[in-house]
Design a protein around this ligand. Structure first.
Ligand SMILES: O=C(O)c1ccc(O)c(O)c1
Ligand SMILES: [Mg+2]
Length: 627
């Protein structure tokens, strides 16, 4: 599949955009006219730059408001087109995009529009270029791709064909199956965009909210399947008008874009494999190393300049110190299969924060190769000869994601690099035979708002995690969007939260704490033992417990126990959820959860209580529970 992208998708100058597209691995670009008009480079220089970057210039766009107009305006429009065809010859671009008329058309007659397109085709022939007619969703008379195609048929000129744009087709609810009826040689160009479901006029939706394939709600796999079946084999180009991408570093957006297209290509290949058996089509679709979902968490890593505050929390939760790394300032704490690494390497005066997570996968090499083919950056590692070689890539928020070998007994092969425990921390104590905390339940990573869609696409495409319906949680600092990505059996649950931007601290000014949640087989016993070891719980206000009593019929003694220990409670169906939070150290805190009777959620109704309590704590408000 030939990949292309419109320069309007990216921030920067035309030259910067082209370099970013080439670096991300695109085959070609569409030149968006306004980008050229403001460039100091001549058309010849842009052409030479594309050549030197190995990019093809696939399309010049847009040409607007041409057809369906009165005689004098038509003459002027043809003159306008002549100038653009001359320009295209200088650029070396063979196809121009013509949008259906949204403003000046006064004649609602297909025969007239077709006649005008035929005239345009005649002019284009003189310059050896072609024109791809695109039905904009808000076109005055033509807003449906089948209608545009009927006009192209009527025009019946070799230089005149269709441009299909998934946004204009799917936003209007047109059925993309009709693409298969269009003769392949008449599809001159294809643009792809996804979009979230919004109730908005199509123009505003299109101009501000398009996103890359896989980041929205459109079924682009089915769209692509119809396109492939039509016999089309030209460029598949991303055309994303998006306010956030326009202000994000262009190289980052280009990588996100390329990832979305590679993944769509793979999913289309797999869809066609399932539905059309071995049928061969002109467009060849590349695939990636397939990987199964990760089966569990192998570890979580906290980086900290001073490990003591973190190790103290873990000790209070009942974790056992399992030793120091034999060559690095790194500690391992365990409880059951929950492993937390506290890494003091290169952490200087750094506040504690989650820096890495390890996932159990069947084939770490294949999983890493897939991630890298999806343009994830590998984490550079300098392993010593006697250490496990671990595969890792950076997530969009720079968290390191390690792809670890799953073992049948839940142990970690690298753990023998740690020890012996006796030489280690202040608080050791042997591992109890049956620790209450048995595993990592989920990891919660706050994400900068502007990279949220990119993060969801990253975890879904590289790691095969599935996003479940997102939630919105109010906090004193704004609405937090929470998106859980999980494996089918719940072995891996990752909660991504959009951190609201604290306006006064400026972009990136405020870091939101992140957390690791552990599973306990007996939450109340865990809380009691943690309290005895001096754990400071995140305080929960009395109002919360009054509301709990009103919502659920809880045994008064049980309710009193929840309140005494600062425990939170929720229910779904037959299931119940008990959990508590520790205080925050630096940018990290811990949660302990007990899932009863198949509870599948994360205590979302309680999240506002947590966020408000953390907000008070971060402002140094008195903790009334402590007196
Ligand atoms: O919003 C527009 O005007 C516009 C322009 C060119 C396109 O290809 C398109 O899909 C939309
Ligand atoms: Mg378009």
């Amino acid at each position: 599949m030939r990949t292309s992208i419109a320069t309007v998708c990216l921030s920067g100058t035309l030259e910067e955009k082209m370099r970013a597209c080439a670096d991300a691995g695109f085959d070609g670009v569409e030149i968006f006219e306004p980008d050229l008009l403001v460039s100091p480079s001549s058309p010849e220089q842009i052409r030479a730059l594309a050549e030197s970057l190995g990019l093809t210039l696939d399309l010049y766009q847009p040409f607007r408001d041409f057809e369906g107009v009165d005689g004098p305006l038509l003459d002027a429009n043809l003159e306008r087109a002549r100038a653009k065809f001359e320009l295209m010859n200088r650029l070396g671009i063979g196809t121009m995009l013509l949008c259906s008329n949204v403003g000046t058309a006064t004649i609602d007659d297909d025969a007239v529009a077709a006649e005008h397109l035929r005239l345009l085709g005649g002019l284009a022939a003189g310059y050896g270029v072609k024109v791809a007619y695109e039905a904009l969703a808000w076109g005055r008379y033509v807003n449906d791709f089948e209608h545009a195609q009927r006009i192209v048929d009527l025009a019946d000129h070799p230089q005149i064909g269709t441009c299909l744009d998934s946004f204009h087709i799917l936003s209007r609810g047109w059925d993309p199956a009709a693409i298969e009826k269009i003769p392949a040689e008449k599809i001159f160009f294809v643009q792809l965009a996804d979009a979230p479901e919004l109730s908005l006029d199509v123009l505003s939706w299109s101009r501000h909210y398009r996103v890359f394939p896989g980041e929205g709600a459109f079924d682009l796999v089915r769209f692509m399947a119809h396109l492939v079946r039509s016999g089309y084999d030209g460029p598949v180009s991303l055309e994303i008008f998006n306010d956030v991408f326009r202000q994000t570093a262009e190289d980052r957006t280009a990588v996100d874009a390329m990832r979305s297209l590679i993944w769509l290509e793979e999913r289309t290949a797999s869809y066609l494999g399932q539905h059309d058996g071995g049928t061969q089509y002109p467009m060849s679709l590349a695939t990636l190393p397939g990987v199964a979902e990760p089966t569990g968490f192998n570890f979580a890593e906290v980086k900290a300049g001073n490990p003591d505050a973190v190790s103290e929390l873990l000790y209070q939760l009942g974790f056992t110190f399992a030793g120091r790394h034999r060559s690095k300032p790194v500690q391992l704490w365990t409880s059951g299969t929950a492993r937390v690494i506290i890494n003091g390497q290169q952490a200087g005066g750094m506040e504690p924060g989650i820096s890495a997570l390890g996932l159990d996968v069947q084939d770490p090499l294949a999983a890493a190769s897939r991630a890298v083919q999806l343009r994830a950056s590998p984490v550079p590692r300098r392993s010593q000869a006697d250490e496990q070689v671990l595969q890792a890539v950076f997530a969009p928020d720079s968290t390191e994601v390690f792809l670890c070998e799953a073992t049948a007994d839940g142990t970690a092969a690298w753990a023998d690099e740690f020890g012996p425990a006796e030489t280690g921390g202040a608080q050791t104590g042997g591992q109890p035979a049956q620790p209450l905390i048995s595993a990592i339940d989920h990891i919660n990573l706050s994400q900068p708002w502007q990279h949220f869609d990119e993060a969801v696409l990253f975890y879904e495409s590289t790691l095969s995690l599935t996003p479940i319906a997102s939630q919105e949680v109010p906090s004193p600092m704004g609405l937090v969007r929470s998106q859980v990505m999980r494996s089918a059996d719940g072995g891996v649950r990752l909660a991504l939260n959009i951190a609201p931007l604290i306006v006064e601290s400026g972009p990136g000014g405020a870091e939101y704490p992140q957390h690791v949640a552990f599973t306990s087989t007996d939450l109340i016993a865990t809380a009691r033992s943690a309290a005895e070891r001096g754990l400071r719980f995140l305080p929960v206000p009395a109002n919360y417990y009054e509301d709990l009593a009103a919502r659920f019929r809880l045994d008064p003694e049980f309710l009193a126990e929840l309140q005494e220990l600062n425990l939170l409670y929720d229910r779904d169906g037959d299931g119940a959820f008990l959990h508590f939070y520790t205080g925050t150290v630096g940018n990290v805190f811990f949660e302990v959860v007990e899932r009863r009777g198949g509870y599948e959620g994360y205590g979302a109704p309680n999240a506002p209580v947590r966020l408000a309590s953390q907000y008070l704590a971060s402002r140094g408000e008195p903790n009334r529970k402590d007196g």
